[in-house]
Ligand binder design. Structure first.
Ligand code: SF4
Length: 1013
């Protein structure tokens, strides 16, 4: 085997050598930004100029974006005419070649390649046929199936089929030593069965998934050597960009083709913070963070570099040095997710103010569907156009959500959030107070919201203007409702968009994002067309069910690229950024397990790595990637806290940003002074002008009194004019700093006005008050408001009716069973379990639970949990003395009410307050600042004059009781919280607090503006 280091070290000009490479295999190694993609495009052009027909050169990029860039460069570089360029992504090239040889592969030539959304819809349609008893569904089959589909895709890319998976699991099952291992292997066997069922369902529909394309193609090449030779020689040269992104299944295809033609050139990213010399080899284990390869998947996969050397022992390796992009690295430590989003939005605002192009700024998150919302909300607060792309991004666009709301409302009139959105968005735009009146009617009469609209027309509570709006809604609704039953899904969706005026409103809105929004609606209509093609006999309701499921699960719908987003800051998933370049890139969420070593080098100017100090689960540690990158770069962390009062942190932040610019400008000017040129004086004057502006900001930030900003700026400008030269003054006059500061002040004023406007008495009548006019708050109200004030508003102020979820119904059943059981305790121990089980079984039947896998899972878990409950109860020291005991007491001006599930008297005479939970178990550490039990203890003292020494959560499904820590200042903390929440509600402060874990389960996502981008 040729020694890689020796080979490369011999070459002084790796780049030229790679560009001039003729026949035979070659591996081009280089860090991101060293021009590997450009090298491939140039080589294609050189081969074409040398007489190789371009259509006989196959070039494959890992993503559509990389392939598009390669194609554009190649088209620009190839001089002569050509039939076509075979430049594309793995997906397009693989599908095209397989389709050409479909018959030989035993496939229908018209096979469909289905994306995750279509497969999800197929599985949901056949949910009752799927083996899912051992997989927790928890009321969200779409979410579970989306995760299982992602695992199937990963296995296919590793060439692991269901049979192999099952064999492995069975072997481990035999060797399992405890019940937990056994159960885990049984679940794995069930997953292998699901995998088989998935493939069977696809095959019955004459379809493949993307993983199948490569597996089928690989099989074809193995079984038909004649075809393999034909394909391998049809392309004289084959080039693959981003070899590190290829899967074992794709590399198996390369291996097969190389047997008949070894003219393969692969570009492989080798990232490193240090700068290699041109032509220098870099082999062996790497220690720095950015150079660390991904952990090998299980079973360990061969790394692409080693794979190349095994495949072509005599193959050349060339290393490219000299990275073209050399961004400044920055490291952020953010107090929490909101602080992080605010910091990004603040920084972006400064960049835009300094003239940066928004399209050249990018924010990267692991999952845009989950984490993009917080960034979108922070950008929104500052009025920064932000475009989030990614699988679920289409469903976060307001116009698409409007259309989905109408579709859902038409399919199910009792889908209250959908009806509420259709009512409150254009073209109806019902006012918030009128919406609250409507929900009151719906609740009182136990009607759905559409029926409540009919009733509202006769109600004197509504002003004529509100009645007109409701009437226009009903007119549209009734017309669309009739058409829904008669038309095909695609025709209906297009008509609905026209009829409801979604497209028209946008056309006349005359806003810059109009084109983008129209494209979003078109994409929705395309989805309907694709669905109708696949399901020719499907109804529009079927399409709505499909659309709701894929939107909920956040999976990528098939068909078409995302529409462009002009003049917007880009937000995307980390794995979508490869091959795309930006000036400024923010990589968020680098804590815990986040290991984004394969992000490439996507920034030219600044690359910010950010991590949270506190995540959803509490305190968070920096990821290994972040920590090592920080150490390698010898960087310093910048700290970012949450801005409680929104983005108006003003002058100080501007000062900090400008301070950096001044240092940069002085460095540049200093370099020029060392080698003077004709325009050196201009750069020096520019640097001095920036410094004078820094002085101006320092003066403004420290000015005493509350003189208006405009006057203060004018006064400082007057003083600066006395010291600046004419050239420096010209620079100062050309600067946009003054107008930026004035705009910021104006924005702050506007925000204040908005907040003031929010305090209009419009929702006053709907705040949850008692007869005495005081607010009435429960522990769950407090927790709801603290989690997200907007969610509180939807649930408690508007009171939008909601169908209880399976989790909620189950929780109620368990509470009822335990209450009944303790009210009439068994006469003797022998009867206890029988009685408890009997109560549960009766309740189960009466509550209308069925026999789906989801429901049966709840039943199985409950039976086992109740058995453990009884065992625990038999030996428990405490004795229940009160069940479901209510309380009501006052804190300040507010009523605090609620009920405690169970109060036990302990052997020493003390009392323990117990709350049953059927959700996820939390540890004592996680309950450190728990509010609910602290509030219950205060309630026991105030309302019942009972001192409770302890408070515990009983996690029924885990058969575990966890005591919440008690602290001396608990009562004071509860009172303070009640007063704060009360003040917020009375002040009608219902600002959203988006966070992935909460929004992911929020019933009001469809109407929530913070869930949009
Ligand atoms: S989706 Fe998120 S931000 Fe919106 S109301 Fe629900 S929890 Fe609040």
């Amino acid at each position: 085997m040729r020694d890689q280091q020796a080979t490369a070290a011999m070459e002084a000009g790796g780049r030229e050598r790679a560009g001039l490479h003729g026949d035979g295999p070659l591996l081009v190694l280089g860090a991101a930004g060293t021009g590997k993609t450009e090298l491939l495009a140039r080589r294609l052009a050189r081969l074409a100029d040398g007489g190789t027909p371009p259509e006989r050169i196959l070039v494959i990029g890992s993503t559509r974006a990389t392939a598009r860039r390669l194609r554009e460069r190649a088209e620009a570089l190839v001089q002569g005419p050509f039939e076509e360029l075979w430049v594309g992504s793995w997906d397009t090239i693989g599908e095209r070649l397989l389709r050409e040889h479909a018959e030989a592969a035993g496939l229908d030539p018209f096979f469909d390649v289905l994306g995750p959304a279509e497969r999800l819809a197929m599985l949901l349609d056949r949910l009752d046929q799927l083996p899912l008893r051992r997989h927790e569904i928890r009321g969200n089959p779409a979410g579970l199936l989306a995760r299982l589909l992602a695992r199937i895709d990963a296995l296919k890319s590793e060439r692991v089929g269901p049979t192999t998976l099952e064999q492995r699991a069975r072997a481990k099952e035999e060797a399992a030593s405890d019940e937990a291992d056994l159960e885990s292997m049984r679940r794995e066997i069930e997953f292998a069965e699901l995998y088989t069922a998935h493939d069977r369902i696809l095959a019955e529909a004459g379809s493949l998934d993307r993983g199948d394309v490569f597996l089928a193609f690989d099989c074809l090449l193995a079984e038909r050597p004649d075809l393999r030779r034909l394909i391998a020689t049809r392309f004289e040269y084959l080039m693959v960009d981003e070899l590190e992104e290829t899967t074992p299944a794709q590399r198996a295809i390369l291996e097969a083709l190389s047997r008949d033609n070894p003219n393969h050139l692969y570009a492989l990213e080798e990232t490193d913070l240090s700068e290699p010399a041109e032509g220098e080899a870099r082999g062996g284990p790497r220690t720095d963070a950015l150079a660390r390869p991904q952990d090998p998947p299980s079973p360990p996969a061969q790394l692409p570099g080693a794979w190349f050397r095994d495949l072509f022992p005599q193959g050349d390796v060339v290393v490219l040095g000299h990275r073209f992009r050399e961004p400044a690295l920055r490291f952020w430590r953010c107090a929490n997710e909101r602080a992080q989003s605010q910091a990004v939005a603040r920084e972006v605002e400064h960049l835009l103010a300094a003239g940066a192009d928004p399209e050249k700024i990018c924010v990267l998150v692991a999952e845009p569907g989950r984490q993009g919302g917080a960034v979108a909300a922070a950008m929104e607060e500052r009025g920064i156009p932000f475009h989030l792309s990614g699988p679920a991004a289409l469903f976060q666009r307001p116009e698409v959500r409007d259309a989905i709301a109408w579709l859902r409302a038409l399919a199910k009139p009792d889908d209250s959030p959908a009806v509420a959105r259709a009512l409150t968005r254009p073209p109806v735009e019902l006012r918030p107070g009128d919406l609250a009146r409507l929900t009151t009617i719906a609740r009182r009469r136990k009607q759905d919201m559409v029926a409540a609209c009919e009733a509202a027309l006769d109600s004197p509570q509504f002003q004529p203007e509100a009645r007109e709006r409701i009437q226009s809604f009903l007119k549209l609704y009734n017309a669309a409702s009739a058409a829904m039953e008669e038309r095909r899904a695609d025709v209906f969706v297009r008509r609905l968009i026209e009829r409801v005026g979604l497209r028209r409103q946008r056309l006349f809105a005359a806003q810059p994002e109009v084109a983008e929004r129209l494209l979003g609606l078109s994409r929705l209509a395309e989805l309907a067309t694709a669905w109708a093609r696949r399901e020719p006999h499907g109804s529009t309701r079927g399409f709505v069910a499909y659309l709701s499921a894929v939107a909920e699960a956040g999976v990528e719908p098939a068909g078409g690229e995302e529409p462009p987003s002009p003049a917007s800051v880009q937000g995307m998933a980390i794995d979508a950024v490869k091959g795309i370049g930006f000036d400024h890139v923010f990589v968020l969420g680098l804590e815990g397990e986040a290991d984004w070593s394969r992000i490439g080098w996507p920034a030219r100017s600044t690359l910010v790595f950010s991590r949270l100090e506190r995540g959803e689960e509490g305190e968070a540690q920096p990821s290994r990637f972040y920590a090592e990158a920080l150490a390698v770069a010898a960087g310093e962390e910048e700290e970012h806290g949450e801005e409680l009062f929104g983005p108006a942190e003003g002058l100080h932040a501007t000062y900090r940003t400008l301070r950096e610019q001044v240092l940069e400008a002085s460095w540049r000017a200093g370099r020029e002074l060392s080698e003077p040129r004709l325009d050196t004086a201009i750069d020096v004057n520019r640097a001095i002008a920036r410094y004078l502006e820094l002085l101006k900001l320092a003066a403004l930030a420290q000015r005493p009194g509350d003189e208006p900003t405009a006057e203060a700026i004018e006064a400082v400008n007057g003083l600066l004019r006395q010291v600046a030269t004419t050239e420096q003054q010209a620079e100062l006059d050309a600067s946009s700093l003054d107008s930026y500061l004035l705009d910021s002040e104006h924005e702050r004023g506007r925000r204040r006005e908005l907040i003031a406007a929010r305090a209009e008495p419009s929702l006053e009548a709907f705040l949850p008050r008692r007869g005495d006019g005081r607010l009435s708050l429960s522990a769950s109200d407090l927790s709801l408001y603290l989690t997200c004030p907007l969610k509180y508003k939807f649930a408690r102020v508007f009171g939008i009716p909601q169908e209880p979820t399976i989790n909620q119904r189950f929780g109620i059943l368990i509470h009822n069973v335990l209450e009944r059981f303790h009210k009439e305790p068994p006469a003797n121990d022998e009867d206890g379990l029988r009685e408890l089980t009997g109560l549960f079984e009766t309740g189960w039947r009466r509550t209308g639970f069925g026999a789906t896998d989801d429901e049966l899972q709840f039943r199985d878990r409950a039976r086992e949990a109740l058995r453990l409950y009884w065992e625990r109860e038999r030996v428990a020291e405490g004795e229940p003395v009160w069940l479901e005991r209510k309380f009501d007491f006052k804190v300040g001006e507010h009523h605090v009410r609620g009920r405690v599930d169970r109060v036990d008297r302990l052997p020493d005479g003390d009392y323990e307050l117990i709350d049953y939970k059927t959700g996820e178990r939390r540890t004592a550490a996680e309950l450190e600042s728990d509010l609910q039990l602290a509030l219950y203890r205060l309630a026991a003292r105030e309302a019942w004059e009972v001192e409770a020494s302890a408070g515990s959560y009983y996690y029924v499904l885990d058969a575990d009781k966890v005591a919440a820590p008690t602290k001396p200042d608990d009562a004071e903390r509860v009172e303070r919280t009640v007063l704060q929440v009360g003040e917020g509600i009375l002040g009608q402060d219902f600002e959203p607090r988006p966070s992935p874990s909460v929004c992911g389960w929020c019933d009001y996502r469809l109407i929530c503006p913070a869930a949009e981008s």
